[in-house]
Design a protein around this ligand. Structure first.
Ligand code: 5AD
Ligand code: SF4
Length: 486
């Protein structure tokens, strides 16, 4: 999972079930064409609405949250709600929240504060996601105008919770995390026209000492491989050519069915689905990153040559305190394994600075790790103490200014690495999936298979959603510039 971190050096915005329970029975027709990539989103203008049966959904945080929101929207659309662009136009307002760092959680409460007066307008205000799970019913105390609180492990209950509100209940909650179910929807509303996100594993069983995710998203639950492949076939039929498999620790995937498909086998099986041209996956945990995953990337060009492998710190001592389950040397072995591949695999990471007790020497180790690994991109964060986590009560907190100083140093070091690396790509030709068109005539953007942002010029009339060959002609720390060559 990689949040779109403000201030991070971010080349990458990384940013059914047979065996595991029921599905929401959602028909394709109910979804307003939402699976058709090129369709405009089903949003209506404010004045067209009667203020009943409409929802507004705002998402904070990581790609997992964004994808959960697509699924929540799918559930609501299937119940006859219509999605609107503004809270004012909505009868139900949902915030899908993030609590990975304090700032993210604060943002949610300040957003809720903006809706204090709206309670008189008879709107349902719901808090979903990690803040919902973490704060639970306390949210009703802090923001009494909220009437629904539901964590991600309970999204299956959302239709039931909404029905309770519709039948006159004032406050409803879905806060269980002890479910062994994943949040399955037959069909989701997809917000990204060219890339389909698919959750393959939910929750997290790792116990990193700084992290709220195991508390907010519950234990690991993997989806049946057959259900995943069925969804891939669906999205391919709907015209998507790129899929991104999601999980907090995506490579810890453990097929719960008798098929017992390994993660690397799943990558190959997804790539094999007719119509699929690119398979991405994020986020990988170093402990479960094995040779067969590298072999799958080498064996199948459709599996994108990019691995997001969060290290968090370059110091083995800090890694131990973080309970990351590997040492610096162990992590570097994984990097060596990836570097030994036949394809040049891009590597990105997450780093936390200012973990309690992090000394200058520890931090130097993180800087030297950047030099050693030569990451293609990093997401970097100041350590943020989170409720209920073991690190919360660790001594030797690092002062805020020192955290900021270290973050700036880290980002500067990485900037130099990225500019040098990106400049070395000038002259090479990349296949780009075109996903953006600039207002400026003839300017386009997209991603290379290694997930580099490519801005390029082309005189072609329409390129969105197509794959084109682009020759890199210039580079910045965060992107390549190029020209369309075929
Ligand atoms: N403080 C700062 N960063 C954190 N992350 C997770 N928890 C915290 C925290 N308490 C970062 C990690 C993780 C990324 C998604 O967010 O780097 O990989
Ligand atoms: Fe949090 Fe660690 Fe799980 Fe990642 S692996 S979600 S950092 S507990």
């Amino acid at each position: 999972m990689t949040p779109k971190a403000a201030g991070a050096v971010a080349t990458y915005v990384l940013d059914c079930e047979e065996s595991m329970g029921r599905t929401f029975d959602i028909g394709l027709d109910a979804l307003n064409g939402s699976l058709r990539p090129k369709a405009e989103p089903a949003l209506l203008a404010d004045q067209d609405l009667s203020r009943r049966g409409t929802f507004f959904l705002e998402t904070f945080g990581c790609q997992m949250n964004e994808h959960d929101s697509e699924k929540v929207a799918g559930v609501l659309l299937a119940r006859g709600y219509q999605q609107v662009e503004t809270p004012d136009a909505a009868s139900v307002i949902f915030y899908n929240t993030c609590s990975i760092r304090e700032k993210a959680a604060q943002k949610v409460f300040s957003r809720l504060g903006e809706f204090r007066e709206k309670q008189h307008e008879g709107k349902i205000i719901g808090v979903l996601g990690c803040v919902a799970q973490q704060e639970g019913e306390d949210i009703f105390k802090r923001a009494p105008w909220v009437s629904l609180v539901c964590g991600s492990a309970s999204y299956r209950k959302l239709p039931e919770l909404l029905a309770q509100l519709e039948s006159g209940n004032h406050r409803v909650t879905g806060l269980d995390t002890d479910t062994d179910e994943t949040f399955e929807t037959e069909v989701t509303r997809r917000d990204h026209p060219w890339r389909a996100y698919l959750t393959i594993i939910e929750g997290c069983d790792k116990a990193c000492s700084y992290c709220v995710v195991p508390y907010t998203r519950g234990p690991e639950r993997s989806r049946a491989s057959e259900a995943i492949l069925r969804e891939v076939r669906q999205v391919a039929d709907a015209g998507y050519t790129e899929v991104q498999l999601l999980g907090q620790t995506v490579n810890s995937y453990a097929d719960p069915t008798v098929r017992k498909m390994k993660f690397s086998e799943l990558l190959l099986a997804v790539a094999d689905v007719p119509g699929i041209r690119r398979v991405r996956f994020t986020t990988s945990h170093p402990r479960d990153f094995t040779q067969d995953i590298v072999d799958a990337i080498d064996a199948e060009p459709k599996v994108c040559e990019h691995v997001h492998l969060p290290v968090q710190s370059g110091s083995s001592r800090v890694l131990r305190e973080m309970q990351r389950t590997y040492t610096r040397a162990g992590y570097l072995e994984k990097i060596a394994m990836i570097r030994a591949a036949k394809r040049a695999i891009a590597i990105t990471t997450d780093i936390i600075v200012g973990f309690p007790g992090e000394t200058d020497a520890d931090f130097d180790q993180t800087l030297s790790l950047l030099d050693e690994v030569q990451y293609d991109g990093i997401f970097s964060f100041k350590y943020s103490p989170r409720p209920n986590t073991p690190a919360m009560s660790m001594p030797d907190a690092i002062p805020e200014e020192e955290k900021s100083r270290r973050l700036a140093m880290l980002q500067e070091r990485q900037r130099e690495i990225q500019i040098a690396h990106n400049k070395s790509q000038i002259g090479k030709t990349f296949e780009v999936l075109v996903s953006g068109k600039s207002r400026r005539e003839g300017q386009w953007s997209g991603y290379t298979s290694s997930h580099k942002v490519m801005n390029f010029t082309s005189q072609a009339a329409e390129l969105l959603g197509t794959y084109v060959q682009v020759k890199a002609t210039d580079a910045t720390p965060n992107s390549l510039q190029g020209e369309h060559v075929a």
